[in-house]
Design a protein. Sequence first.
Length: 577
Amino acid sequence: MTSSRECFSGHRGSRNYWLLLVAVFFCIQVHAIELDAGPDWTVRWDNTLSYNLGIRAQDIDDRIGNHPVFAQSSYSYRQGDLVTNRVADLMELDAQHRNGWGLRLSASLFKDFAFHDDVRTNPGELAPGTPYSSLGSYSGNRFSDYTKRRYKQDARLLDAFAYTNFRLGEHESSLFLGRLTKFWGNALFFGRLGINTSQNASDAIKASFAPGTEAKELAIPREQVFFSTQLTQDLTAEAQYFFRFEGNLLPEGGTYLSFADFLTRGPQGAALTESLGLGQHGEEVKPKDINNNFGLKLAWAPSAFRGGLSGYVRQFDETQPWMPMLRYDPATLAVRDYHLSFAKKVRLFGLAMEKQVGPYSLGAELSHLRETGLSSSAFNPSDPLGREGARGNVTNLLVNVVGGLTRSRFWDTGVFSAELGYTRLHSITRNAAMYRGVDNPVACPTRSERDGCATKDAWMLAGFFKPQWLAVWPGVDLSLPVFVMVGLKGNASILGAPVGERSAVYTLGLEANVHQKYTVTLQYNGYHATANGLTNAGAPLGIANGTPGFPTFYAGGNGTWMYNDKGWVSLSVKASF
């Protein structure tokens, strides 16, 4: 039998992560999951191997592809092209001593063979003599090293913490120290509206390539100390304090599902942004790593209630940025650069309830945020350094249900879940002139929800439905997973809301579970949002829309309208060992 030392010796020091993944695949076929570390230890090494293949199903909509801000993401892949061809491994090592202390390490590795280094764009001209290729958002029309790490290949540490279980007087207690994830509240899909907002950074890149992924699966571990103690049989207290800040991972400019070609956290060229009057890409305005970010939780769960009630107090720096913000010369108003910026020391007060009612698990959250970041314009008239956008006081409400499907003539079993989200803006406390609301014609000139202007109230709904048929073939169960997320009414005032009014994200798939070990899923991923009005902003004044040589494109829209032509088909295979 091959030893683990022999398995990996050939790849020591190599940066070819995909070779390491192949090595992992062959190594885990011949090794037990339980590792022998002596009688005092229980050590377990798990691997989850996955392969994802994605193909663009829709053709490029010229009304999106002709827009200079979306030309690169639109033309990064054409209809029928592979948008992802990724092999990945999630490795998890858990070691526990019999005295109640232990450690956990996890890491992810991936290689995407569909990602190309060159930044592709519209092959035409925005105006005679101005080809789209001259308006690149990356130097030399090549993706930055940062973007390559996020999309082409990377090895990333996730969990890295130690813990101990002990008695504090008469109370059972636990202490965790290191890089870990704790997920408070019970939000399923609308984590941005939940009590857990900014408790961890969120991987929006993964969310864009895996619609329907639950909020807790997108959380990025964060350095912290976490303490929990059982005060009574029914009462538990928890506390955490953070030692490091990390912002959300956002889709990078010029990639298939980017929000705008110039939005990136890596360095860029300035051709596109200079033409848009944004200047060059500048340094982020980030909070300090240790900035008095903490949380307190008190949970009451009497057995007779078949559920629990929890109260929360938190102070945190938001992981979702204002994007972009502008630095400018206060004397001339000349723009120096654009950058990302984050709201600091937001306060949250929350209540949550979970209750089992028959076969259904019900959940609800109510949270009030003070000084949270609001949807904002890029220019702060009172701050030439572009440190903050509009801030205000907001209340969020979530209600959800999770249940199983009982046997019927249509299916054998299955699961479903649904979540309703609501958010309300009470007041704007800082930089009101920047707030992109329907009542502010300066920051949002059209004053229309159809153009993304925020409203005081917003409602959204998400649902997941997965009927299952057992033993369709020997050892094979089939299911039909369906996910839909829609904006019912209004556009949220807070940053990073997943959907706006009349917008939707949806998936429809067919999944096979083979011998409870392998999962194969074929799925269509689609998007819909309102896009408005045609313009040809590259043309001189007086040139009518549709004039030869001046392509027309959408002037704007609501939510992720730039995804309207990016429906794609994905095939994924996952195996755990």
